[in-house]
Write a protein that binds this ligand. Structure first.
Ligand code: MTE
Ligand code: MO
Length: 383
């Protein structure tokens, strides 16, 4: 049972249609797709990706037809090089402010307790540029929990931060000195100890593909993509703050906030995912229109959709069993669609009552950097 489910997931989207008749727990729900439906192309087509070396295979929203994104269609980001690692010689070091530094081979990690999580991973730069709207995907990730490994390493009393280093490197200039920097990201010790974090070696039932961090990456459910360090090489516990490029210089959100008649500039390192939704596609079946989309980033209570300047209408959320870190699919029938051009906007509302911000909300409008762009998305369609 377990292995047949894994085989099926590994085959990706093509297999989904064929197998929806088999009632496994994984398939006990239907994606909001109808037989014979046609997708109406968005009028605002996405500009071509100008940095194909950095961002690969962005998600095509209009092709969305399954909760799980097949591995070969899952977007990938590589800021430096794309390492090709020999699993036979690879090892993961755990050290720094620890009493018992450890080293693990891939086999040793695989022999440890295994856990799976379905997690929607979004790049915090997604929707920060007109061409970048497909920096998101959902996979069933498997690996071994990180926290027990940190415990076994016996963290020193002054251990405060945990830095995750990848194998990829790039040249950087730090205060006029040229250095070769390892890709790195850190978390507070408390965040790193979160039981959800996995040292992940499997994606949708197959070994982690090279583009996604083979042999092992961090999966930090609930965090933006940048925290999920690929091609892991070393985990280092530190007593002071890590200030590498992707923690303290890049992936830093700058906001301008009014304060006492003046301006307070707030800089923060990109961290946890934010409440967001998008309309993915408009479909037509036998003359009937439907809007289909996704929502993620926080526990979703409701999704509302607005057509042109009309009222906000509550969409139907498909009750999937994918767990708290997976996106939700929603749909709204559009029975009275009139010929001509229309706009479609969605907004997600979380269980705490927070509403996905509009584009002119100060949270978005006073943001001077492109990261963490979770404002409402409007698409254009012609009926
Ligand atoms: N080592 C390493 N890890 C990395 C990156 C990277 O460039 N190097 N990119 C990060 C960014 S910006 C994102 S959005 C996610 C993307 O994960 P994916 O390529 O599996 O989609 O990986 C993160 N982990
Ligand atoms: Mo990213």
């Amino acid at each position: 049972m377990e292995s047949s489910r894994r085989d099926f997931v590994g085959q990706g989207g093509a297999a989904l249609g064929a197998l929806t008749l088999i009632n496994t727990p994984f398939l006990a729900h239907a994606f909001p797709t109808r037989k014979g439906e046609e997708v109406l192309p968005w009028l605002d087509q996405t500009p071509e990706n100008p940095v194909p070396d950095v961002v690969r295979t962005p998600l095509e929203w209009q092709e969305l037809d399954s909760w799980i994104t097949p591995n070969d269609k899952f977007f990938a980001v590589g800021h430096y090089n794309w390492p090709v690692i020999d699993a036979q010689t690879w090892a993961l070091e755990v050290g720094g402010r620890t009493a018992r530094p450890l080293t693990f081979t891939l086999d040793q990690l695989r022999a440890r307790p295994r856990r799976e999580v379905v997690f929607t991973l979004e790049c915090s730069g997604n929707h920060g540029f007109p061409w970048f709207v497909g920096g998101i995907g959902t996979a069933r990730w498997a690996g071994t929990p990180l926290a027990p490994i940190l415990e076994e390493a016996q963290i020193a009393d002054d251990g405060r931060e945990v830095v995750f280093f990848g194998t990829d490197q790039g040249e950087e200039e730090v205060h006029e000195t040229k250095i070769v920097e390892d890709f790195g990201r850190s978390m507070s010790l408390a965040d790193a100890m979160n039981p959800d974090n996995l040292l992940c070696y499997e994606m949708n039932g197959v070994p982690l593909p090279e583009a996604h961090g083979f042999p092992v990456r961090l999966i930090a459910p609930g965090w933006f993509g940048i925290a999920n360090v690929k091609w892991l090489k070393r985990i280092e516990v530190r007593s002071s703050r890590y200030m590498g490029r992707f923690m303290a210089k890049d992936y830093v959100t700058l906001r301008e906030e009014p304060q006492d008649g003046g301006t307070a500039w707030r800089q923060s390192s990109v961290g946890r995912a934010l409440l967001k939704s998008v309309p993915a596609k408009v479909t037509r079946t036998d003359g009937q229109h439907r809007i289909v989309g996704a929502a993620w980033g926080a526990p979703i209570e409701r999704v509302e959709v607005r057509i042109d300047d009309g009222p906000w209408q509550t969409a139907t959320i498909d009750q999937s069993e994918q767990g708290p870190f997976a996106w939700k699919m929603w749909s709204l029938d559009w029975p009275d669609a009139t010929p001509g051009e229309h706009t479609v906007t969605s907004r997600a509302i979380d269980t705490a009552g927070n509403v996905q911000p509009t584009q002119d909300d100060p949270l978005i409008a006073n943001k001077h950097t492109y990261w963490e762009s979770n404002g409402q998305v409007t698409r254009h369609v012609s009926i």
